[in-house]
Structures are given as structure tokens and as C-alpha cells.
Design a protein around this ligand. Structure first.
Ligand SMILES: CC(C)(COP(=O)(O)OP(=O)(O)OC[C@H]1O[C@@H](n2cnc3c(N)ncnc32)[C@H](O)[C@@H]1OP(=O)(O)O)[C@@H](O)C(=O)NCCC(=O)NCCS
Length: 436
């Protein structure tokens, strides 16, 4: 990172202000406005942070115009093909690929910390049967801070809490699913790898043996790798913002889970499947006519969006969607699953990518367009899709939290605003108010 260049800003009253320019390792340029208000009285206004860099970061590089995504410099395509989720998590959190000894030790710790306190296990019984698993997951992650109170200390053992979260979130996610279907909780099996263990806790029952399918284990590894980080997205920014107040890491991650829940963010994978099912429903408004639905999307008055399309940063094909589309074909083929939703998704993509509405707005499939179809094929129910996204995003959130707390220049996140309410007015006793 360099800050030798400067830029000149001419204000409305003719004053000139010099701004330092920060240049990143991929030649991205930023105007450093930190002194702007002190020097000029001006702030910058950027609703939705469309063009605001909230931090410098060495974790993930994303070029939305070119469709490039790299974790710590490694292209997402290489990691998805060659790495495992545990290895990629190490890379994100520690900044480099582990040696064999480091990877074995990290895996051992993840296995060792997979159990949750028996007291917490009883919490699951308190949730109503139809609880959304994201509500359960976020509540349980917050509760972990009550079981590991040393996380409240400023000098808490960071690596230990990071490992605990990564390992226990997987157990909590699977337990919350078992709760919703009324099956007994399956405890983790230490002999299994991270993703195989997750599948075991999700799909095994005490009555019979269960061996995870290696193709499905690989698919889960790839799905989680593809979701593992995406620089300053809504949930990661939330983790950083909450963590910037000094709140403990469980609180920060729980806040990230809640931010992810929304349909414009991690909830989109669930929304995509619901959209496809609604279009396919012979008794619904579209009766399988996806072109009719696309026409409705294009009608501004309808307020309908093509879920799984468009992205704040990608103005090109999301590289993760490209990998997932190919994976969907492979995995469904291996499992012998014929899912008409996959055919419909592909048909809709084809129509959209030729349509001027989507082309002119640079709307392409994003990570959520095909991921739901894969989750369905491996038996994960729709309500668990966002939990799967959260499971994948955990190492990214932890890496950002760690990067932030280790940065001595870190400050509490506190944006400013331009006030648009009434100017000063004086209190009127209630018997003298006229309303309005
Ligand atoms: C992801 C998303 C929230 C990004 O939003 P954003 O950067 O704020 O972009 P905007 O909502 O301002 O959209 C820009 C334009 O494209 C249109 N647009 C964006 N996504 C669209 C979609 N999925 N379907 C139809 N139109 C869409 C908007 O209506 C807007 O049109 P306008 O300029 O005529 O008003 C948005 O694309 C979206 O809602 N997508 C569907 C949800 C989704 O898949 N989310 C997962 C993201 S990984």
C-alpha cells in the first residue's frame, strides 16, 4: 500500500483541499478523506456505501468488472478445485497456505472443539418446532460467549475462540436442522473430516450406519470454499462494525449471521428456490412460464426481482456462479437427480443474458443462483440454505475480525450523516398541542 500520490478537491466556495491517495497492491485508488471534515467542514455522503472503502484489507481481492475473486492472492477457481474448506479457512485466517503439520494441527483442533456444552444442547429444546435455523444459529452463537466468558477480556486467546467458533457453528447448524425435523441429535464423529462430519450430524440417524458420499463431501467443501469470503459485504462489514466497539468475537459473528439472513444478501439462495418453485407451480400465477416471470421483472411497477441475479460489485459473471453451474451438472448427475429447477434456472439465465434489460444493467447470475439447486440435490432443506452460507462465511468473518483487532490504527466504526430533520423548535405542553 502506498500513499505518495495526492488529489485536489475544489469546494463549492472555491477553497482547494489536498487529499492523500492510497493505492492498493492491485492498483486500486482511494481518496483518503479522514482529515476532510476537520480541514473543511465537509463530510462525504454515500448511502449504501456504494463507493466508500471502510478499511484496507489484505484478505480478499475482488474485481467486479473482470469477474475476479482471489483469497490472499489465490484465484477462487484454483482453491475450489484443489483445496479443502479447512485449508482455505486456514489461508483466510492466517494469511498463507498451511504446511502439512499446520494443517493437521488446525484440523485436530477443529475436531477437538466440535462438541457444544450439554447445557447449550438443552437450548434447542426451548425453540419452537418451526423456528428458522438462522434464528437458532445466531442465538446459539451469541450464547457461546456465556460459556467462554474469557472472550470478554481484551487479551482473550484469539486463536482458541476462532477455532471454537468454526468448529461449533457446524455442530449448531446440524443440531438446529435435527430439531426442525424432530430427529435425535447426532454427536460429531472425530474420525471424519470437517465436511464429512457435518454431513454425518445432518443426515445420520442412531438406528443405522451412515457413510458420507465422497462426491457430496467434495461438493460441500467446494460450496463452503466459494462462500468463505467476499471482502466488505454487508455481513462482513457488520462483523467489523460490531467488533470495532470491542464487543467479543461471538457477538461480532452472531451479528454477521443476522446481517446475512436478509433476502438481498445470504437469504437470496432460499429466495431463488422459492422463486423457481413459484414459477413452476401449475396452480400458481406463471404455470411454468419463466418468460412471463422475466417480463414481470422488467416491469418496474411490479417490484419483482430475478433473485440470484445482480450484484453490487460484480458487473460481469460472478466467478462463483460459473463454478457452481458446472458443479450442479456434475453432482446431480452423480446422484442421479433430475431437478426441473436446474433446467428452469438455465433457461432463465439464457433468456436474461440476451435481454437488453439485464445486459444494460450488467445483471448476471450471482453465487446464489445455482447454489440452492446443489443444496437441494444433497438433501439440504430450503430453510437451511442461508445457514450453509453462514457456515461457509465463518472463516471470512473471523479473518476480518482478526485483521481488524490486530490493526493498531483501528478505530470504532462510526459513520456521520447529513441531518434533514426540523431545525430547533421548543417543547409544547401536551394540552397545548394541535397535532399535525
Ligand atoms: C444484489 C443487489 C441487492 C445489488 O443491489 P444494488 O447494487 O443496490 O443495485 P440496485 O438495486 O440499485 O440495482 C441496479 C438496477 O438494476 C436493477 N436490478 C438489480 N438487481 C435486479 C434483479 N435481480 N432483478 C431485476 N432487476 C434488478 C434495479 O432495479 C436497478 O434498476 P434501475 O437502475 O432501473 O433502478 C440486487 O442486484 C438484487 O436485489 N439482486 C437480487 C437479490 C440477490 O440475488 N442477492 C444476492 C446477492 S449475492
Amino acid at each position: 500500500m502506498t500513499t505518495q500520490k495526492t488529489a485536489k478537491l475544489t469546494l463549492a466556495d472555491g477553497r482547494e483541499h489536498t487529499l492523500p491517495v492510497t493505492v492498493g497492491s492491485e492498483n486500486e485508488h482511494a481518496l483518503d478523506i479522514r482529515a476532510l471534515r476537520n480541514d473543511t467542514g465537509y463530510i462525504t455522503l454515500d448511502t449504501g456505501y456504494m463507493n466508500t472503502g471502510a478499511t484496507t484489507s489484505a484478505i480478499t481481492y475482488l474485481d467486479g468488472e473482470q469477474g475476479i475473486l482471489r483469497y490472499r492472492g489465490y484465484p477462487i477457481e484454483e482453491l475450489a478445485e484443489k483445496s479443502t474448506f479447512v485449508e482455505t479457512s486456514y489461508l483466510l485466517i492466517h494469511g498463507r497456505l498451511p504446511t502439512q503439520a499446520e494443517l493437521s494441527e488446525f484440523s485436530r483442533k477443529l475436531t477437538y472443539h466440535s462438541m457444544i456444552h450439554e447445557g447449550m444442547r438443552h437450548f434447542f429444546e426451548g425453540f419452537p418446532d418451526r423456528s428458522h435455523p438462522m434464528a437458532v444459529l445466531s442465538a446459539m452463537v451469541t450464547s457461546l460467549s456465556a460459556y467462554y466468558p474469557d472472550c470478554l477480556d481484551r487479551d482473550a486467546p484469539m486463536d482458541l475462540h476462532v477455532t471454537r467458533i468454526m468448529s461449533k457453528v457446524r455442530t449448531i447448524a446440524a443440531f438446529s436442522y435435527k430439531k426442525t425435523i424432530g430427529q435425535p441429535i447426532m454427536y460429531p464423529r472425530n474420525a471424519l473430516s470437517y465436511c464429512a462430519n457435518f454431513l454425518h450430524m445432518m443426515f445420520a440417524v442412531p438406528a443405522e450406519p451412515y457413510e458420507p458420499d465422497p462426491v457430496v463431501v467434495k461438493a460441500v467443501n467446494q460450496l463452503l470454499i466459494l462462500h468463505a469470503d467476499h471482502e466488505q459485504n454487508c455481513s462482513t462489514s457488520t462483523v467489523r462494525l460490531v467488533g470495532s466497539s470491542g464487543a467479543n468475537v461471538y457477538a461480532a459473528v452472531a451479528a454477521g449471521i443476522l446481517a446475512l439472513w436478509g433476502p438481498l444478501h445470504g437469504g437470496a439462495n432460499q429466495a431463488v428456490i422459492e422463486m423457481l418453485e413459484m414459477i413452476a407451480n401449475p396452480n400458481g400465477p406463471y404455470k411454468g412460464d419463466h418468460k412471463k416471470f422475466i417480463n414481470e421483472v422488467k416491469d418496474k411497477k411490479s417490484n419483482t426481482r430475478l433473485m440470484g441475479f445482480g450484484h453490487r460489485v460484480y458487473k460481469n459473471y460472478d466467478p462463483r456462479a460459473k463454478i457452481l453451474k458446472a458443479m450442479a451438472d456434475e453432482v446431480l448427475d452423480h446422484l442421479g437427480v433430475k431437478d426441473p429447477m436446474l433446467d428452469m434456472a438455465k433457461a432463465m439465465e439464457e433468456v436474461a443474458l440476451k435481454d437488453d434489460y439485464f445486459v444494460s444493467k450488467k445483471l448476471y447470475p450471482n453465487v446464489d443462483f445455482y447454489s440452492g439447486i446443489l443444496y437441494r440435490a444433497i438433501g439440504i432443506p430450503t430453510e437451511m440454505f442461508t445457514v450453509m452460507f453462514a457456515l461457509g462465511r465463518i472463516p471470512g468473518w473471523l479473518a476480518h475480525w482478526k485483521e481488524m483487532v490486530e490493526d493498531p490504527s483501528q478505530k470504532i466504526g462510526r459513520p456521520r450523516q447529513i441531518y434533514t430533520g426540523p431545525t430547533v423548535r421548543h417543547y409544547v405542553p401536551i394540552d397545548q398541542r394541535t397535532g399535525g
